[in-house]
Design a protein around this ligand. Structure first.
Ligand SMILES: [Fe+2]
Ligand SMILES: [Fe+2]
Length: 271
Protein backbone atom coordinates (compact mmCIF):
# COMPACT_ATOMS: atom_id res chain seq x y z
CA UNK A 1 0.00 0.00 0.00
CA UNK A 2 1.31 3.44 -0.89
CA UNK A 3 2.13 5.23 2.39
CA UNK A 4 1.49 8.67 0.87
CA UNK A 5 -1.97 7.64 -0.37
CA UNK A 6 -2.91 5.94 2.90
CA UNK A 7 -1.73 8.85 5.04
CA UNK A 8 -3.46 11.45 2.83
CA UNK A 9 -6.78 9.63 2.80
CA UNK A 10 -6.63 9.09 6.56
CA UNK A 11 -6.10 12.81 7.22
CA UNK A 12 -8.83 13.84 4.79
CA UNK A 13 -11.39 11.32 6.05
CA UNK A 14 -10.89 12.45 9.64
CA UNK A 15 -10.57 16.20 9.18
CA UNK A 16 -13.16 16.76 6.42
CA UNK A 17 -15.83 15.36 8.73
CA UNK A 18 -14.51 17.67 11.47
CA UNK A 19 -14.65 20.70 9.12
CA UNK A 20 -18.18 19.74 8.07
CA UNK A 21 -19.26 19.67 11.72
CA UNK A 22 -17.57 23.01 12.45
CA UNK A 23 -19.74 24.54 9.71
CA UNK A 24 -22.79 23.09 11.44
CA UNK A 25 -21.72 24.46 14.87
CA UNK A 26 -21.05 27.92 13.40
CA UNK A 27 -24.50 27.86 11.76
CA UNK A 28 -26.15 26.96 15.07
CA UNK A 29 -24.49 29.87 16.86
CA UNK A 30 -25.50 32.64 14.44
CA UNK A 31 -28.56 34.80 15.08
CA UNK A 32 -31.74 34.49 12.97
CA UNK A 33 -30.95 37.73 11.12
CA UNK A 34 -27.44 36.59 10.10
CA UNK A 35 -28.77 34.90 6.97
CA UNK A 36 -25.68 35.62 4.89
CA UNK A 37 -23.33 34.06 7.46
CA UNK A 38 -25.68 31.11 7.84
CA UNK A 39 -25.68 30.61 4.06
CA UNK A 40 -21.90 30.72 3.97
CA UNK A 41 -21.69 28.15 6.79
CA UNK A 42 -24.13 25.89 4.90
CA UNK A 43 -22.00 26.23 1.78
CA UNK A 44 -18.91 25.03 3.67
CA UNK A 45 -20.96 22.17 5.10
CA UNK A 46 -21.80 21.00 1.58
CA UNK A 47 -18.19 21.41 0.37
CA UNK A 48 -16.72 19.28 3.16
CA UNK A 49 -19.54 16.75 3.00
CA UNK A 50 -18.66 16.25 -0.65
CA UNK A 51 -14.92 15.98 0.10
CA UNK A 52 -15.63 13.45 2.85
CA UNK A 53 -17.77 11.35 0.53
CA UNK A 54 -15.15 11.38 -2.23
CA UNK A 55 -12.35 10.50 0.22
CA UNK A 56 -14.20 7.27 1.04
CA UNK A 57 -14.59 6.39 -2.63
CA UNK A 58 -10.82 6.21 -3.22
CA UNK A 59 -9.19 2.84 -2.73
CA UNK A 60 -5.84 2.25 -1.05
CA UNK A 61 -4.36 1.53 -4.50
CA UNK A 62 -5.42 4.94 -5.88
CA UNK A 63 -2.97 6.75 -8.15
CA UNK A 64 -0.65 8.95 -5.99
CA UNK A 65 -0.90 11.64 -8.66
CA UNK A 66 -4.68 11.81 -8.32
CA UNK A 67 -4.34 11.94 -4.53
CA UNK A 68 -1.82 14.74 -4.77
CA UNK A 69 -4.34 16.81 -6.75
CA UNK A 70 -7.09 15.90 -4.31
CA UNK A 71 -4.86 17.05 -1.41
CA UNK A 72 -4.30 20.38 -3.15
CA UNK A 73 -8.03 20.86 -3.72
CA UNK A 74 -8.83 20.03 -0.08
CA UNK A 75 -6.03 22.28 1.22
CA UNK A 76 -7.60 25.19 -0.69
CA UNK A 77 -11.02 24.44 0.84
CA UNK A 78 -9.38 24.28 4.30
CA UNK A 79 -7.74 27.66 3.67
CA UNK A 80 -11.12 29.13 2.73
CA UNK A 81 -12.90 27.83 5.81
CA UNK A 82 -9.97 29.06 7.93
CA UNK A 83 -10.43 32.56 6.46
CA UNK A 84 -14.19 32.41 7.09
CA UNK A 85 -13.66 31.42 10.73
CA UNK A 86 -11.12 34.21 11.28
CA UNK A 87 -13.55 36.71 9.69
CA UNK A 88 -16.32 35.54 12.04
CA UNK A 89 -13.92 35.80 14.99
CA UNK A 90 -13.23 39.41 13.99
CA UNK A 91 -16.96 40.21 13.87
CA UNK A 92 -17.51 38.65 17.30
CA UNK A 93 -14.55 40.46 18.89
CA UNK A 94 -15.77 43.79 17.48
CA UNK A 95 -19.20 43.08 19.03
CA UNK A 96 -20.88 43.13 15.63
CA UNK A 97 -22.89 39.95 16.33
CA UNK A 98 -24.32 40.62 19.79
CA UNK A 99 -26.27 37.60 21.01
CA UNK A 100 -24.62 34.99 18.82
CA UNK A 101 -23.75 31.98 20.94
CA UNK A 102 -20.34 30.64 19.88
CA UNK A 103 -17.51 31.49 22.29
CA UNK A 104 -14.69 33.51 20.67
CA UNK A 105 -12.25 30.85 21.92
CA UNK A 106 -14.27 28.19 20.10
CA UNK A 107 -14.13 30.10 16.82
CA UNK A 108 -10.38 30.64 17.25
CA UNK A 109 -10.01 26.95 18.16
CA UNK A 110 -11.77 25.65 15.05
CA UNK A 111 -9.71 28.02 12.89
CA UNK A 112 -6.52 26.51 14.39
CA UNK A 113 -7.82 23.06 13.48
CA UNK A 114 -8.41 24.18 9.88
CA UNK A 115 -4.88 25.57 9.75
CA UNK A 116 -3.48 22.31 11.12
CA UNK A 117 -5.39 20.33 8.47
CA UNK A 118 -4.07 22.53 5.68
CA UNK A 119 -0.49 22.24 6.97
CA UNK A 120 -0.70 18.46 7.15
CA UNK A 121 -1.83 18.31 3.51
CA UNK A 122 0.92 20.66 2.39
CA UNK A 123 3.53 18.64 4.28
CA UNK A 124 2.29 15.46 2.62
CA UNK A 125 2.28 17.00 -0.85
CA UNK A 126 5.68 18.68 -0.66
CA UNK A 127 7.30 15.79 1.19
CA UNK A 128 8.76 18.32 3.62
CA UNK A 129 8.05 16.32 6.74
CA UNK A 130 9.34 17.27 10.15
CA UNK A 131 11.94 14.96 11.69
CA UNK A 132 10.38 12.81 14.42
CA UNK A 133 11.77 14.74 17.46
CA UNK A 134 10.30 17.98 16.12
CA UNK A 135 7.00 16.33 15.26
CA UNK A 136 6.74 14.93 18.81
CA UNK A 137 7.04 18.40 20.35
CA UNK A 138 4.99 20.35 17.78
CA UNK A 139 2.07 17.92 17.65
CA UNK A 140 1.90 17.91 21.45
CA UNK A 141 1.99 21.69 21.75
CA UNK A 142 -0.85 21.85 19.23
CA UNK A 143 -3.05 19.06 20.64
CA UNK A 144 -2.52 19.84 24.34
CA UNK A 145 -3.92 23.32 23.72
CA UNK A 146 -6.83 21.75 21.79
CA UNK A 147 -7.54 19.44 24.76
CA UNK A 148 -7.25 22.34 27.25
CA UNK A 149 -9.74 24.34 25.15
CA UNK A 150 -12.20 21.40 25.00
CA UNK A 151 -12.13 21.13 28.79
CA UNK A 152 -12.97 24.83 29.01
CA UNK A 153 -15.85 24.52 26.52
CA UNK A 154 -17.32 21.57 28.44
CA UNK A 155 -16.82 23.48 31.69
CA UNK A 156 -18.76 26.48 30.36
CA UNK A 157 -21.51 24.65 28.44
CA UNK A 158 -22.55 22.31 31.23
CA UNK A 159 -25.42 23.63 33.33
CA UNK A 160 -23.97 25.41 36.40
CA UNK A 161 -26.10 23.12 38.57
CA UNK A 162 -24.05 20.13 37.40
CA UNK A 163 -21.51 21.18 40.01
CA UNK A 164 -19.62 17.90 40.18
CA UNK A 165 -19.09 17.61 36.41
CA UNK A 166 -18.25 21.31 36.10
CA UNK A 167 -15.55 20.83 38.75
CA UNK A 168 -14.14 17.80 36.91
CA UNK A 169 -14.00 19.74 33.65
CA UNK A 170 -12.19 22.57 35.45
CA UNK A 171 -9.61 20.12 36.78
CA UNK A 172 -9.00 18.81 33.25
CA UNK A 173 -8.59 22.38 32.06
CA UNK A 174 -5.91 23.04 34.71
CA UNK A 175 -4.19 19.73 34.01
CA UNK A 176 -3.97 20.39 30.27
CA UNK A 177 -2.88 24.01 30.71
CA UNK A 178 0.01 22.70 32.80
CA UNK A 179 0.90 20.00 30.27
CA UNK A 180 0.80 22.55 27.48
CA UNK A 181 3.24 24.83 29.30
CA UNK A 182 5.51 21.84 29.92
CA UNK A 183 5.43 21.14 26.18
CA UNK A 184 6.30 24.78 25.44
CA UNK A 185 9.20 24.54 27.93
CA UNK A 186 10.49 21.43 26.16
CA UNK A 187 10.09 23.21 22.84
CA UNK A 188 12.13 26.17 24.04
CA UNK A 189 14.94 23.82 25.13
CA UNK A 190 15.27 22.44 21.60
CA UNK A 191 17.33 20.82 20.21
CA UNK A 192 19.11 19.86 23.46
CA UNK A 193 15.81 18.59 24.95
CA UNK A 194 15.28 16.11 22.12
CA UNK A 195 16.75 13.00 23.73
CA UNK A 196 14.90 9.70 23.58
CA UNK A 197 14.43 9.39 27.37
CA UNK A 198 12.98 12.91 27.70
CA UNK A 199 10.71 12.60 24.66
CA UNK A 200 9.38 9.19 25.63
CA UNK A 201 8.65 10.29 29.22
CA UNK A 202 6.92 13.38 27.76
CA UNK A 203 4.74 11.20 25.50
CA UNK A 204 3.95 8.73 28.31
CA UNK A 205 2.94 11.46 30.73
CA UNK A 206 0.68 13.13 28.17
CA UNK A 207 -0.92 9.81 27.27
CA UNK A 208 -2.09 9.28 30.85
CA UNK A 209 -3.97 12.59 30.88
CA UNK A 210 -5.35 12.27 27.35
CA UNK A 211 -6.75 8.82 28.19
CA UNK A 212 -8.45 10.23 31.29
CA UNK A 213 -9.92 13.13 29.32
CA UNK A 214 -11.00 10.80 26.49
CA UNK A 215 -12.89 8.65 29.04
CA UNK A 216 -14.47 11.72 30.62
CA UNK A 217 -15.64 12.93 27.20
CA UNK A 218 -17.03 9.48 26.39
CA UNK A 219 -19.01 9.45 29.63
CA UNK A 220 -20.25 13.00 29.01
CA UNK A 221 -21.25 12.10 25.47
CA UNK A 222 -23.23 9.07 26.63
CA UNK A 223 -24.92 11.02 29.45
CA UNK A 224 -25.89 13.77 26.99
CA UNK A 225 -27.23 11.24 24.49
CA UNK A 226 -29.32 9.58 27.17
CA UNK A 227 -30.55 12.97 28.42
CA UNK A 228 -29.23 12.24 31.89
CA UNK A 229 -27.45 15.56 32.49
CA UNK A 230 -28.30 19.25 32.11
CA UNK A 231 -26.25 21.21 29.57
CA UNK A 232 -26.34 23.24 26.37
CA UNK A 233 -23.85 20.89 24.71
CA UNK A 234 -25.07 19.61 21.34
CA UNK A 235 -24.76 15.78 21.23
CA UNK A 236 -22.73 16.11 18.02
CA UNK A 237 -20.28 18.48 19.75
CA UNK A 238 -19.84 15.96 22.57
CA UNK A 239 -19.01 13.24 20.05
CA UNK A 240 -16.80 15.61 18.03
CA UNK A 241 -14.47 16.45 20.95
CA UNK A 242 -14.36 12.77 21.93
CA UNK A 243 -13.15 11.84 18.42
CA UNK A 244 -10.47 14.53 18.53
CA UNK A 245 -9.13 13.09 21.80
CA UNK A 246 -9.04 9.63 20.18
CA UNK A 247 -7.11 11.13 17.28
CA UNK A 248 -4.51 12.68 19.61
CA UNK A 249 -4.22 9.39 21.48
CA UNK A 250 -3.53 7.45 18.29
CA UNK A 251 -0.82 9.99 17.34
CA UNK A 252 0.75 9.56 20.81
CA UNK A 253 0.68 5.78 20.34
CA UNK A 254 2.51 6.15 17.02
CA UNK A 255 5.15 8.34 18.69
CA UNK A 256 5.49 5.81 21.49
CA UNK A 257 6.21 3.03 19.02
CA UNK A 258 8.62 5.14 17.00
CA UNK A 259 10.53 6.26 20.10
CA UNK A 260 10.80 2.75 21.46
CA UNK A 261 12.36 1.86 18.11
CA UNK A 262 14.70 4.77 19.02
CA UNK A 263 15.35 5.75 15.43
CA UNK A 264 14.86 9.35 16.37
CA UNK A 265 16.76 10.91 13.53
CA UNK A 266 14.61 9.38 10.84
CA UNK A 267 11.38 10.72 9.50
CA UNK A 268 8.89 8.10 10.28
CA UNK A 269 5.57 6.85 11.52
CA UNK A 270 3.46 9.99 11.68
CA UNK A 271 4.24 10.78 8.09
FE1 LIG B 1 -13.02 20.43 16.05
FE1 LIG C 1 -11.46 20.72 18.79
Amino acid sequence: MDEFVARSLDEIRFWSRIMKEHSFFLGLGFRCEDTQLKKEADRFYAIFEDIERRSHEFQANADPHTIKNFNTEVAIAATHIWAFKRMVLGLILQCKLPGQTNFPLLVDHISREANYFRNRLEELNTGRLEPLPDAVIDENVFFLKIMADHSKFINHLLDPSERKLVEQAREFSNDFDMLMFQAIDLSSMRPQSQTVPLLSQFVDQNKVSVKALRDFKKTARDLINECRIKSIIHPLLADHVFREAERFLSILDMFDQALSGAKVNKREILH
